[in-house]
Design a binder for this molecule. Structure first.
Ligand code: NIG
Ligand code: FE
Length: 343
């Protein structure tokens, strides 16, 4: 018996898969090049705009149910395939409804700054203004998200734009997190430390200096090995982080582009086999540390007095089964709030 998995970073609310793009990437087209040509995240944006709220809900619900069957009992879900006020709010309403209808705990995150929409290609600062002046007030007034996130990356949003948005979000009382140093070492990890973010996520390219800074600031490093797997990139340096006393969390990053999986057992398997994490470290990263990364350590992440009774029964003698039984979920039974939800 282990605690239910806490998946602290997902984009599981989306309207269509991007299978043909996956094959393009396998044939050599880089991820950011596809985005530059108007595909990638922007193709998911088009799909969300073309999909009504009800269909977006039922497609997303299917993926969330699959995550539960793989042992996820608490999950963060980001918006970010809207990129205009109407569609960002539509996504956040769908995410809220999933949280109300399904037994697991869902933590909604506003990711209006996931990509620069076509209209703002030449003036990304104006898009940041629109987010701050129009979207943030609506999101917080309607209680649609707890945290604000941004994709800080070359060709997407700069460190300065990220700082401006995240400081504004903090003024609205939101928690903050950053897609940081995924492809290039821009310094997003350092910014997360400066601003007191809950987490910096990805960190495939983070510098040693910013690992130290995050460790001193108490930021969580949320690692997403499904992305390294799917983008065929070197994995994040989990050992260097753990040795620097930086708490590591694990998440699926479930999305139709860079990591199409809702399975925490798969992610834990990758962390153990490809990032040299021990089974005990990977289990802590996928439960207690990930609960801290989304501000849910008071209710989830460990089997403790006063927390919710979210737990799993595995078919195995130890959590090492999660890596040992490759590609197969050993999760036999899932309990949320003490109630059996699967099997
Ligand atoms: O976390 N890096 C940016 N965002 C997502 C990918 C979203 C997508 O490709 O649709 C990520 O990997
Ligand atoms: Fe992401």
């Amino acid at each position: 018996m282990i605690p239910g998995f806490v998946d602290p970073h997902t984009h599981i609310c989306f309207a269509r898969r991007r299978e043909s793009e996956f094959e393009l990437r396998l044939a050599g087209t880089p991820y950011l090049e596809i985005l530059k040509q108007g595909g990638g995240i922007l193709s998911s944006v088009k799909a969300v705009a073309e999909t009504d709220e009800e269909s977006l809900y039922s497609y997303s619900r299917g993926h969330v149910l699959s995550a539960i069957s793989h042992g996820t009992t608490t999950m963060e879900i980001k918006s970010g395939y809207g990129l205009d006020t109407e569609n960002e709010l539509k996504m956040l309403r769908v995410i809220r409804k999933l949280g109300r209808d399904l037994p697991l705990e869902i933590v909604p995150t506003f990711l209006g700054a996931h990509a620069v929409p076509g209209k703002f290609r030449k003036k990304p600062d104006d898009y940041i203004d629109l987010i701050i002046d129009e979207m943030l007030p609506l999101v917080t007034d309607n209680n649609l998200a707890e945290q604000c996130d941004i994709f800080c990356e070359k060709g997407v949003f700069s460190v300065e734009q990220s700082r401006r948005l995240l400081q504004a979000a903090q003024k609205f009382g939101m928690g903050i997190k950053i897609h940081a140093d995924e492809v290039h070492d821009l310094g997003g990890g350092g910014l997360a430390a400066d601003l007191g973010a809950l987490s910096a996520d990805h960190l495939l390219a983070v510098s040693d200096e910013n690992i130290k800074k995050m460790s001193a600031a108490g930021t969580i490093a949320t690692l997403l090995p499904g992305t390294a797997y799917s983008l065929k990139k070197p994995y994040a340096r989990a050992r260097a982080m753990i040795e620097a006393n930086l708490p590591v969390a694990l998440a699926t990053d479930c999305n139709p582009g860079s990591s199409y999986t809702e399975s925490m057992p798969f992610i834990i398997g990758l962390a153990i086999m490809n990032m040299d994490m021990s089974p005990a470290e990977a289990l802590t990263a996928a439960t207690l540390n990930s609960a801290y990364a989304i501000d849910r350590a008071g209710m989830a992440g460990s089997l403790d007095r006063g927390k919710r009774a979210d737990f799993l029964l595995l078919d195995g003698q130890s959590p090492a089964i999660l890596a040992y039984h490759g590609g197969v979920s050993p999760v036999e039974e899932v309990y949320i709030s003490g109630e059996k939800v699967i099997r």
